[in-house]
Design a binder for this molecule. Structure first.
Ligand SMILES: [Zn+2]
Ligand SMILES: [Zn+2]
Length: 328
């Protein structure tokens, strides 16, 4: 494995994982824009990821695409490749690579919390584990997600006249918030900003039930009083949200743990709901995969490298330039 300007290169297989620049052959972990870039000649991914890429990138999704189901193995060059659920968003996968008796797992982005909108993360014991570290600091401990949803429902009950607009990333977070609301028993229609509709439809087409969804753009102002409205994070603070009646502005993000971020964005009701592993989940995952060697990328590498080293793991920060978490 080599870190090239294009991204992580698997030499004996002649392919890249989540390459940043157009390449001949790519394996893509999931549909977020920092992993699924346009313009590759050949893309291998799960059906969910390919559907997301086609919706977001059109022709750019890849000149040739190939679906690989979870658990199915194929041979590329001298490498056996398997995709295993990462629990991050619909279709998200860890890439399990085997070559000459060594197993390397590229986890992509992942989380360990129960999420009915995607298949749960499966720890795969390996020799080298490549982990993300978006929330790789001990201060990041995500609270239980249903507790955060309760805060939202409580606010709705005490401000029944006010619209509640929740900022949520279009891919993954939006559907998870809806699914959590349904799990908490909220069965009224949920209103969507136009930018969120296509991916919600895609999730439904993959068998993820989201209940009754209505477009917020055409809904009468009166109808949105006391209603729940989901919008992309960028839209909640601008004029779009101000059309609503005295809205309560909420935001669902792991970054809402940082109060200053919430304040900066004018968020009245921060909801700490993340699709990335928090510190405890990162540490738990290192324990479960029991890899003697760990490469840390994609976020706050130093603390996790330090933690792993103390436990006798050979650990290093893997500098992958160009990764900027989608929406962050
Ligand atoms: Zn992601
Ligand atoms: Zn990412």
């Amino acid at each position: 494995m080599k870190v090239c300007p294009e991204g992580l290169y698997v030499e004996p297989g002649g392919f890249y994982v989540d390459p940043l620049r157009p390449v001949e052959r790519a394996v893509v972990t999931h549909g977020h824009s920092d992993h699924a870039r346009p313009g590759h000649a050949h893309v291998l991914a799960t059906a969910g990821t390919l559907a997301i890429m086609r919706q977001r990138l059109g022709e750019g999704a890849g000149a040739a695409t190939q679906t690989l189901d979870y658990g199915e193995a194929i041979r590329i060059g001298d490498v056996t490749v398997r995709l295993v659920p990462a629990g991050h968003v619909l279709g998200s996968a860890q890439v399990v690579l085997e070559h000459a008796g060594t197993r390397v797992v590229v986890s992509g982005d992942y989380k360990r919390r129960f999420d009915r909108t995607c298949a749960p993360f499966e720890p795969v014991p390996c020799d080298v584990f490549i982990t993300e570290a978006t929330f790789g600091l001990p201060v990041f401990r995500h609270p239980p997600d249903l507790g955060e949803i309760d805060k939202l429902l409580h606010s709705l009950s005490i401000f029944p006249e006010r619209s509640h607009v929740v900022g949520a990333y279009a891919l993954g977070k939006c559907q998870r918030v809806i699914s959590l609301l349904r799990a908490a028993g909220y069965d009224r229609p949920i209103y969507l900003h136009g930018a969120l509709e296509p991916i919600c439809k895609l999730y439904e087409s993959f068998g993820v039930p989201l209940g009754e969804l209505r477009p917020a753009t055409v809904a009468a102002k009166e109808e949105l009083k006391g209603a729940l409205v989901l919008a992309p994070p960028g839209a909640v603070a601008d004029r779009w949200a101000r059309r609503l009646t005295d809205p309560v502005v909420a935001m669902a993000s792991g970054w809402m743990r940082v109060r200053q971020r919430a304040r900066q964005r004018g968020v009245e009701l921060p909801l700490v709901i993340s699709d990335h592993a928090d510190w405890d989940e990162l540490v738990q995952t290192l324990d479960e995969v029991a890899a003697p060697e760990v490469w840390v990328t994609h976020g706050r590498e130093e603390a996790l490298v330090h933690h792993a080293t103390q436990r006798g793991i050979r650990a290093r920060a893997l500098a992958l330039v160009g990764f900027e978490e989608e929406g962050a």
